[in-house]
Design a protein around this ligand. Structure first.
Ligand code: ADP
Length: 423
């Protein structure tokens, strides 16, 4: 099917979040990990390309984004969405502004909007100031982010040094008056030469109004929430037929494996909750892995009944993680765990496993790479921001869910299993 909306996300979990929200519409959504090598074929009406460009050098981020745009154009897309974090994660150099400007130049458009708001998740914008819950961005934990510390909350001030052309604001007072008023404000800014328009949003209705007003613009930029209303709007415009929703779900083998490399507080609870069900489980200790390699884990896996969905986990409490990191180094401790979980994923696939539940952002990267997966078709949502996805590994259909850090409820692993049983 021809692609209608081409989305480019600056990181992998952001791309999954966006793809999951678009898929709530019921229309087919595909997620690509990196820009595909091959020319587009069998594309979905909504395509999302996940880049890893959030903190890359500006020139590299721009080059990768241009390549993604070219692929999406070849897939047929005529409207585009540049997705970044709802906390506007960026540095004074970029990459949000420079990438937006490069996309605008490629698309021959001289205006776009910036709306990272996600009111459902407590990210709101008022008078151009971004709030995280009740705190302005620069007072939220984002002020201490190791890579993109956010020390200002005013989006115009954050964006201006990143772009060449003038920045403007459409404030909540205008947004509250609805799509017609928003369009008039955009035209007014346009007449003044304002290219980059920050748009306030404090509630889901604001996002709906902005999406309705801006749905014909060649380029929209923002958080995942702004994209969510687009499929329904395209349907209302007759741009996509209602029956385009009937994406067939591939049959996947029922055998399941759970691989957990996340050490977040929520993943620790999820592992504990799954262990309490009495399911078979193997704990990986990075220190033992450093001595004994992956063979013991693979040997254990080979003896398991995959119908019982065994869990292999390195998930540990902070003190234990610190001990391993002190002995092995942070990078080496992480790598040894990722390599082992990736090897287990491959062995499980070769043993006929059809369903993979993976916890951890970096861990997900290692597992998808090991399985040779570069396209994920978005399936049913298990928890907000965490869908099942369907893909092929060595020619076979498999189901994969990739849960980052703190997502999901404590019983996520069991919930994930059930949600595929009972669509
Ligand atoms: P999250 O989404 O929670 O950030 P990630 O998979 O992105 O999870 O990151 C967790 C990192 O910690 C991975 O690199 C993983 O290999 C590493 N890791 C997992 N378990 C341990 C452990 N017990 N000790 C040290 N590092 C670990």
């Amino acid at each position: 099917m021809t692609t209608l909306l081409g989305c480019i996300a600056d990181d992998f979990t952001g791309a999954t979040d966006l793809a999951g929200l678009l898929a709530r519409s019921g229309f087919p959504v595909s997620l690509r990990i990196g820009v595909p090598d091959a020319v587009p074929s069998a594309t979905s009406p909504f395509e999302v390309i996940a880049l890893k460009s959030r903190t890359a050098p500006v020139a590299q981020a721009v080059t990768e984004t241009r390549a993604a745009l070219a692929w999406l154009k070849a897939a047929g897309a005529t409207r585009f969405f540049w997705k970044y974090c709802s906390t506007f994660d960026s540095t004074p150099d970029g990459n949000i502004g420079p990438v937006a400007e490069a996309l605008m130049a490629e698309l021959g458009t001289d205006q776009t909007v910036y709306c990272p708001a996600f009111p459902e998740n407590g990210r709101t914008i008022f008078m151009g100031t971004l709030f995280v819950g009740q705190e302005p961005l620069h007072e939220s934990p984002m002020k201490d982010h190791p890579l993109t510390p956010m020390r200002d909350s005013n989006l115009m001030r954050l964006l201006s040094p990143q772009v060449q052309r003038p920045v403007g604001l459409i404030d909540r007072l205008c947004v509250a008056r609805g799509p017609v008023a928003i369009r008039a404000a955009l035209a007014d800014h346009h007449s003044k030469g304002h290219a980059h328009i920050v748009v306030d949003a404090v509630a889901a209705e604001d996002i709906e109004a902005i999406a309705a007003a801006c749905r014909d613009m060649p380029l929209l930029t923002g958080g995942s929430a702004l994209a969510m209303p687009l499929p329904a709007l395209y349907q209302a415009d007759g741009w996509i037929a209602a029956d385009a929703t009937n994406a067939t779900r591939p049959d996947v083998a029922a055998e399941t494996i759970i691989l957990s490399g996340s050490c977040s507080a929520m993943t620790n609870r999820q592992v504990a909750s799954y262990l309490a069900t009495g399911a078979p489980a193997l704990r990986l200790d990075p220190l033992r892995l450093a001595e004994g390699g992956t063979a013991p884990a693979l040997d254990w896996l080979a003896t398991q009944d995959m119908a019982r969905a065994p869990l292999i986990y390195a998930t540990a409490e902070p003190a234990s993680v610190k001990t391993a990191q002190a002995r092995l180094g942070v990078a080496a401790a992480g790598e040894i765990v990722e390599t082992t979980l990736a090897a287990c994923a491959r062995a499980a696939r070769d043993a006929g496993v059809g369903r993979f539940i993976v916890a951890g952002g970096e861990t997900s990267g290692a597992v998808t790479q090991a399985l040779g997966v570069d396209r994920l078709d978005i399936g049913p949502e298990i928890a907000p921001g965490v869908p099942w996805t369907f893909c092929r590994s060595q020619g076979r259909h498999i189901a994969l869910t990739l849960k980052s850090g703190n997502f999901g409820q404590p019983d996520f692993f069991s919930q994930a299993r059930q949600s595929l049983e009972n669509p």
